[in-house]
Design a binder for this molecule. Structure first.
Ligand SMILES: Cc1cc2nc3c(=O)[nH]c(=O)nc-3n(C[C@H](O)[C@H](O)[C@H](O)COP(=O)(O)OP(=O)(O)OC[C@H]3O[C@@H](n4cnc5c(N)ncnc54)[C@H](O)[C@@H]3O)c2cc1C
Length: 157
């Protein structure tokens, strides 16, 4: 198995314990500074071409399966003009909302937004879609459960 990384290594985006497991697995060849240049095939994938961006060398391998992990784009276009989002589209909440963003959103309350509350009072965001979330199952679940207690708080306001 070949693991292609476009940057100089995995450390920027992966936990150390996972990197150790990859490095310690003889079945995985880690290739840094390398990117896919082309995929070839007919009714299914036959070959993968990749380029080492450091040396400029290209290679072609008979490979039938490619798994891509190239980042995430939040599916939040439908919230345009509704709740404040960051430049990548992740929903801003609580202390991450600036005074300017709250003014633009016409935040109507005397209090600041609760942690995980969006620029619309009583509307919360939890999990991967939230700006600043650390993109882990445990944090998504944790934020969901924290949100429930804030919902109760808002209902009593
Ligand atoms: C390849 C991969 C490996 C990972 N490995 C780990 C790991 O080992 N450990 C770990 O802790 N985390 C891991 N994660 C991250 C983890 O999966 C996420 O952090 C977690 O699933 C976030 O949960 P969530 O509920 O916020 O979002 P999601 O699980 O993405 O759920 C959001 C749901 O909303 C749905 N949806 C989107 N738009 C709409 C809409 N307009 N209307 C209705 N529904 C909509 C989506 O279809 C989806 O079902 C991994 C992620 C990936 C991609």
């Amino acid at each position: 198995m070949h693991l292609l990384v476009r940057t100089g290594g995995l450390a920027e985006s992966m936990s150390r314990y996972l990197i150790r497991r990859i490095e310690g697995n003889p079945a995985i060849v880690l290739r840094t500074q390398t990117e896919i240049a082309a995929l070839e095939g007919g009714s299914h994938l036959d070959r993968v071409h990749w380029r080492d961006n450091q040396t400029g060398n290209s290679e072609t391998h008979a490979i039938r399966h490619v798994f891509l992990m190239t980042g995430a784009a939040p599916n939040t276009q439908w919230l345009d003009g509704c709740v404040a989002r960051d430049t990548q589209g992740f929903i801003k909440t609580g202390p991450d909302l600036s005074q300017d963003e709250l003014s633009t959103a016409h935040w109507p309350l005397g209090r600041s937004p609760h942690l995980l509350e969006t620029s619309v009072p009583g509307v919360f965001a939890a999990g991967d879609v939230r700006a600043g979330n650390i993109k882990r199952v445990a944090s998504a679940v944790g934020e969901g459960s924290i949100t429930v207690s804030f919902v109760h708080q808002v209902l009593h306001e």
